[in-house]
Design a protein around this ligand. Structure first.
Ligand code: AZC
Length: 823
């Protein structure tokens, strides 16, 4: 690196240097002076200043990448749930101390600026947040990676409560400025849709087919920095925004039809207008398929035309890139690459297939059959006619192969067809990804096993080597180092700071679980974190929580399979026993039950459950007899930012999905690493958490996956549990009586009757086991020394759940992309 190419970063890493840079940004970037600057002005200037410090590293990373042409990962994901950027950028660049001091010399409080940042909520939940953790880890591990996704103008909706019911508001996250992005309108690429396919005679005399699109839009890239932790590497996240090819029709405008004049523009820009808020029940909406093809087509084109050097021989593409498909959303990339190679480059089919089938790998994030995306062929054919043809041809070849392998098993062949025939003819995207991908992975051991043995069983028999597991992980930078500064300080004091990039080092804390003084400090930190969230909730919502209680926390999307209702039945049962006088409040472990959950706007039962949680919460919180001992908090709009203060305060982590339904979970890992104990079923990554931490430090309950299957096969009758279990009956009767709805029995009737007559996720079957496990929790909590010992061991044994480890597994098992040496 020459001296000239490092203007800011190396020369001005001092408090004075930072202050100068900051004031310059405030004056020349925001156009205000300090005395008149709003908090938002200060935040924007601050963000840009920090950005400058990373810039040299970013440019250097790009330059070296161009030079080395090392094998990279392109992480294709319709969602990146990034969370706030400022703190992460400060941490990565090692500027925290300088900045804090510099700002305070100007009379500015860094915390106030932090709070001014609106988080980019460009994802629904697990899968989107996982993508954000993964790109953080790859940057930190010096692995070349480019993230490709969608720049939604509106992210995941803002949740508010009106009388306890969820009301969604648009998430206008760009309204106050977006200092972390770099738009490149000059690098926009055209993405086509619709039209038809024609046959023509090419120059070489061969008859070929090509797409004659009906309409197109521009994809404008917005680049984001993805800084590694203190290693000087800055990878890129490229999010695409849709723009019309022509702004508007001047002739129509002049004739006075203003709405018509901008129609095309509005239509095009709708593609990236808003994130679909369905998590795990995709709606087969045309706009959603448009979004998927839009970002994937732009990304492939960008990679081939811009990232690869000129003249690159695409036969070598598999040596240069892995396109990782984050769930089925980007799977349309497979026929798109075939189309590019066959139609645009003129390759023959077999050559194109041989390259394409080496470039992609697919991660599945679900076990719910309804979450596996399927696109009706009439819709797909209308929007992407050539891609549909290509998919049919891929399927023809695949079925022919299968018939050779299974000559007498036409039933199996049909089962495995990429094209489903019922209820409508449709493309099964997971099957397409499995046929074309080099690998298919689940996200926890149990999940991968169930994929192999059940969901994709035919495929795992046919392609035994394709199937693998990579257990999820979370980034310790954001979810420990930043989210829990007090605990981080204690850990660093005990074992040094190497754990931030090598989380296995946490095992060094094991002996300290036996050290009374260490445990005392650990407890003190937990209490401190409870006060911290109590302050946040008091300021944000005016909610009062008592830090001197057990924090029992369940935060995740609202879904029946996750069983928030089971948690609720526990609470209602406790309340019922106390108010009916069968249980003395003095003998109840004081608890604060905390929920956080958004429901998909169209998921009515989930929204009712939110209403019920709030109604029960209101009743309990208003009961003077319970004051200070039992309370329920449900802060609206649970998001990454709230998670960062809530999780470090938790004592008990609720991971109570029905066994065999939660693919992995990642919240469970964040809680563990922040010293909460888990009450959980044998599901997803809970299985691995329990194995690592040990049975004595984990509260296991409930049916196992095979038991669930047996029970369902035998015929599950939830009402039988209601009839034979008195406390369950009393709890359900209390809800049904209208006790939480001013006597109105109709309000929560659908929830009660669903539980009694359907209960798809066996909440009633697991009720008693859950109550018993909660009694074990109470007993354990009564001994603070033993509890803290377990909590410390949870941290010490949680190193496996770093997303750095997940990335190593992807690299070893799927990508084979070695890190490049640091600059
Ligand atoms: C989630 C899974 O539900 C969760 O168990 C997992 O930890 C997470 O992905 C990351 O792998 N799934 C989703 O968010 N969405 C879909 C469509 O599965």
């Amino acid at each position: 690196m020459t001296e000239n190419s490092t203007p800011i970063a190396t020369r001005e890493r001092t408090v004075d240097g930072f202050v100068r840079e900051f004031l310059r940004e405030l004056n020349f970037g925001q156009g205000v002076d300090l005395s008149r600057a709003s908090v938002n002005d200060q935040y924007l200037a601050m963000a840009r200043t920090v950005r400058h410090y990373l810039m040299v590293r970013w440019l250097e990373t790009l330059r070296r990448q161009g030079e080395l042409q090392a094998k990279s990962v392109a992480y294709l994901s319709a969602e990146f749930l990034l969370g706030r950027q400022l703190d992460n950028a400060l941490l990565a660049s090692g500027l925290e101390d300088i900045v804090e001091e510099g700002l305070s010399s100007l009379g500015i409080d860094l915390a106030t600026l932090r709070d001014a940042e609106v988080e980019p909520g460009l994802g629904n939940g697990g899968l989107g947040r996982l993508a954000a953790c993964f790109i953080d880890s790859l940057a930190t591990m010096n692995v070349p990676c480019i993230g490709y996704g969608i720049r939604y103008e509106y992210g995941i909706f803002q949740q508010t409560f009106v009388d306890g019911w969820q009301v969604e508001k648009p998430d206008d996250w760009l309204a106050l400025g977006s200092p972390w992005e770099f738009p490149h309108p000059e690098a926009a690429v055209r993405v086509n849709f619709g039209g038809s396919v024609e046959q023509y005679q090419a120059d070489d005399g061969v008859v070929r087919r090509r797409w004659v699109p009906g309409w197109s839009v521009l994809a404008v890239p917005y680049n984001y920095m993805v800084p590694g932790f203190e290693n000087g590497r800055v990878n890129t996240l490229r999010l695409w925004s849709a723009q019309a090819t022509h702004a508007f029709d001047l002739a129509i405008f002049n004739s006075g039809d203003y709405a018509e004049a901008v129609r095309a523009q509005t239509f095009a820009e709708n593609i990236t207008k808003v994130l679909y808020p369905e998590d795990s029940t995709p709606q087969g909406k045309e706009l959603r398929l448009q979004q998927q093809y839009f970002f994937v087509a732009a990304s492939l084109k960008n990679f081939i035309d811009e990232v690869l050097p000129e003249g690159f021989d695409l036969h070598n593409l598999p040596d240069r890139i892995n396109f990782q498909l984050n769930d089925t959303h980007p799977v349309i990339a497979i026929p798109e690459l075939m189309r590019i190679l066959v139609d645009e480059k003129g390759w023959d089919w077999d050559d194109a297939w041989s390259v394409t089938s080496k470039c992609f790998a697919y991660t599945c994030h679900t076990l719910l059959p309804e979450a596996l995306e399927v696109w009706p062929v009439d819709l797909l054919g209308r929007l992407l006619p050539r891609h549909l043809e290509i998919i049919y041809r891929i399927n023809d070849a695949f079925l022919a192969e299968l018939r050779q392998e299974y000559p007498d098993d036409e039933l199996r062949v049909r089962r495995m067809s990429i094209i489903a025939e019922y209820p409508v003819r449709a493309v099964r995207m997971a099957y397409l990804a499995t046929v074309a991908g080099t690998k298919v992975n689940g996200v926890a051991e149990l999940h991968s096993q169930l994929l192999r043995d059940k969901v994709l069983n035919d495929f795992s028999e046919y392609y035994p080597d394709k199937f693998t597991n990579v257990t999820n992980g979370v980034t310790p930078r954001r979810f420990v180092r930043l989210a829990n500064p007090a605990l981080s300080g204690l850990i660093t004091e005990a074992i040094g700071d190497g754990w931030v990039t090598d989380l296995d080092k946490l095992s060094g804390l094991e002996p300290l679980a036996e050290d009374a003084e260490f445990r005392r400090r650990f407890r003190e930190i937990k209490l401190h974190n409870k006060h911290r969230i109590a302050d946040v909730l008091a300021t944000r919502d005016g909610t009062v929580v008592n830090p001197d209680t057990m924090f029992d926390v369940m935060v995740k999307r609202l879904h029946e399979y996750k069983r928030q209702t089971l948690k609720l039945l526990h609470i209602v049962s406790l309340y019922e026993q106390v108010t009916s006088g069968r249980l003395d409040i003095g003998s109840v472990t004081p608890r604060t039950f905390a929920f956080g959950a958004k429901a998909a706007p169209g998921y009515l039962l989930a929204k009712q459950i939110i209403g019920l949680i709030n109604a029960v919460g209101r009743t309990i919180n208003e009961d003077p007899a319970l004051e200070g001992r039992l309370s329920v908090v449900f802060p609206a709009n649970y998001n990454v930012t709230l998670a960062e203060t809530l999780i470090p305060a938790a004592d008990l982590s609720e991971q109570i999905s029905l066994a065999g339904k939660e693919a992995s979970g990642t919240g469970n890992m964040k809680f563990m690493l922040n010293g909460a104990l888990t009450i959980g079923t044998d599901d997803g990554a809970n299985v691995e958490i329990r194995r690592l931490v040990g049975d004595e430090h984990f509260f296991l309950f409930g049916l196992t996956e095979p038991e669930v299957e047996q029970l369902v096969d035998r015929g599950y009758h939830p009402s039988a549990y209601y009839e034979t279990n008195a406390s369950l009956r009393r709890a359900l009767d209390l809800i049904a009586s209208g006790a939480f709805s001013n006597g109105d029995r109709a309000v929560f009737e659908p929830i009660v009757s669903n539980l009694l007559h359907e209960d798809r996720f066996l909440a009633l079957a697991d009720f008693q086991a859950y109550i018993d496990a909660q009694a074990r929790v109470d007993a354990a909590y009564a001994d603070p020394e033993q509890w803290t010992r377990s909590a410390v061991l949870n941290v010490a044994r949680g190193g496996f759940f770093s997303s750095d480890r997940s990335m190593r597994d992807y690299i070893d098992r799927i990508w084979h992309t070695p890190p490049v040496p640091p600059a």
